[in-house]
Design a protein around this ligand. Structure first.
Ligand SMILES: Cc1cc2nc3c(=O)[nH]c(=O)nc-3n(C[C@H](O)[C@H](O)[C@H](O)COP(=O)(O)OP(=O)(O)OC[C@H]3O[C@@H](n4cnc5c(N)ncnc54)[C@H](O)[C@@H]3O)c2cc1C
Length: 472
């Protein structure tokens, strides 16, 4: 039994079907459709992603999955991948050679005028000041600020990293968000030198060798869940939508899974359960059955993310836009955090937008911005003279932040080992206990042996890297 039909739950079901064909898999999803945060909606006659719109290509799992579900020919790279930054009151080019906002080319940094003259002069002091303590882990914002000055954090790192990881740079874990750089800094006190080495052999080099490090899908990344669900149903998986799981109870032979309204609950028996919901509902479901994991999950904080896609008639939208979009650091005091020029970033959206005579933008910000009027803010940034023709919203669920992103703050990163430990024993129940009375220790040993043999299976890797917590 898989609880939750987002990409994590679908990937878990996918893995079970491929590796344990003898298991009957049922997937329960609370919403009317599968996909969770991945979905596509119609904007002025054009399909646009409401949630994730691209994924990293440096890991093979998502690419392989797209191939397996028949979307390989629709995989695309961004047409442009260079964002600008709104800094000190103007839109400016992002300095060349930056890595997660940390500059490596000081000439380009100076030419961009993203930093004030004083901020710019502070950067090279990194080479002469004494080492900055890192301990077991350190906050991204505090460390970078100590090495190259606060302006680099406020105007470059914050908009880039904070956008990707949905958290403020001061609260983000350096070890979790920049592991290669974190390791490099163990041997080199200079952030600039370490960053230059990591950037030289890291994402930028990979990008130069193999093309851009991100991929999208024609028609939207939100097509993936539907394609997976169709293939899963074809393989015999039962998918029940509009089915909220309210409770889990361990029994002699497996699990009783309670679904439906409290007034007339339905109980479904399962040999094993995979919980693939966001952290907050997972914590509630697991509170009685694995309290230590539930406690850790309940400590995971979620950041609210509000995203709106806007379509303007081309004739009405006069602003000159270059590159893939614009990042706006919080220090600028605007409610918008980022704008993606969808019709410039993706070739397929460019064709569709030209055909329909519209400009397509995707604007993201925090929840306050969602409440206070994104149109006014977009107007303040771009001065379009008319309201948008159409808009599509991804509205965050406010209670428990369950629709939001868990930022990679140190607590959240530290929680993962416990969830992984729980996962191993859970899969034992899922894979090995059908009618078996063997002890959990011997089952666990057998599972671990089996899973070592399966490490070449791509879908297993995908399951491991998603937010899956498994029971027992
Ligand atoms: C606006 C936005 C933009 C993003 N952009 C990107 C991007 O560009 N690239 C990228 O890689 N990632 C991106 N992400 C992150 C990515 O979308 C998520 O990490 C991923 O989709 C999470 O999938 P999930 O299955 O773990 O969770 P979810 O998608 O949240 O799915 C969980 C599912 O569980 C269901 N559920 C919850 N409780 C119960 C219950 N009790 N019973 C039954 N079902 C239940 C929910 O209804 C939901 O369908 C973005 C996220 C957001 C919000």
């Amino acid at each position: 039994m898989v609880v939750g039909g987002g990409i994590s739950g679908l990937a878990a079901a996918w893995y079970l079907v491929r590796t344990h064909s003898e298991i009957e898999v049922t997937l329960l999803e609370a919403a009317p459709h599968v996909g969770g945060k991945l979905s596509v909606s119609d904007l002025a006659g054009i399909a646009v992603d409401e949630g994730a719109e691209s994924f990293v290509a440096s890991r093979p799992e998502a690419l392989r999955l797209a191939r397996e579900v028949g979307l390989e020919s629709d995989l695309v790279t961004p047409a442009v991948f260079q964002a600008s930054v709104f800094s000190r009151g103007r839109i400016r080019a992002m300095p060349r050679g930056q890595f997660m906002g940390i500059p490596t080319d000081l000439r380009s940094l100076a030419a961009s005028e993203v930093l004030s003259p004083a901020g710019l002069l502070r950067v090279p002091l990194d080479r002469v000041i004494s080492p900055t303590p890192m301990g077991q882990d350190v906050s991204v914002g505090e460390f970078i600020s100590a090495r190259v000055g606060r302006e680099v954090v406020d105007r470059l790192v914050e908009p880039l990293l904070g956008g990707v990881y949905a958290g403020r740079a001061d609260a983000l874990s350096m070890q979790a968000t920049m592991p290669a750089l974190f390791r490099e800094l163990r041997h080199d006190r200079s952030l600039l030198a370490a960053t230059r080495r990591v950037a030289g052999g890291g994402m930028e080099a990979a990008g130069a060798r193999r093309g851009l490090p991100f991929r999208g899908i024609i028609g939207g990344v939100g097509r993936v869940p539907g394609a997976m669900a169709a293939a899963l149903v074809g393989s015999g998986v039962q998918i029940r939508t509009r089915t909220t799981v309210r409770g889990l109870t361990a029994t002699e032979t497996g699990w009783d899974v309670e679904v439906g309204p409290a007034s007339s609950p339905e109980v479904i028996h399962a040999d094993g359960v995979i919980v693939a919901t966001p952290a907050a509902p997972a914590a509630r479901l697991l509170a009685d059955v694995v309290p230590n994991v539930a406690l850790e999950l309940s400590g995971i904080e979620a950041a609210s993310v509000a995203v709106i896609a806007l379509a303007y008639r081309s004739a009405d939208f006069r602003a000159h836009t270059t590159g893939s979009g614009l990042l706006i650091p919080p220090v600028e005091g605007r409610m918008v955090k980022a704008v993606t020029y969808l019709d410039q970033k993706w070739g397929w959206l460019n064709e569709a937008a030209e055909r329909e005579g519209v400009r397509l933008l995707r604007v993201s910000g925090n929840l306050g911005w969602m409440v206070h009027g994104p149109r006014a803010e977009a107007a303040a940034t771009y001065r379009p003279t008319v309201p948008p023709l159409a808009e599509a919203r991804r509205t965050p669920t406010i209670p428990h932040g369950s629709s939001a992103l868990p930022p990679w703050i140190p607590t959240n990163a530290a929680c993962l080992p416990a969830a992984r430990a729980a996962r191993c024993s859970a899969a034992l129940v899922t894979s090995d206990t059908r009618g078996s009375a063997e002890s959990s220790r011997s089952r666990r040993a057998r599972f671990e042996k089996k899973s070592r043999r399966r490490t070449d299976d791509g879908t297993k890797g995908l399951v491991e890297r998603t937010q899956v917590a498994l029971v027992r």
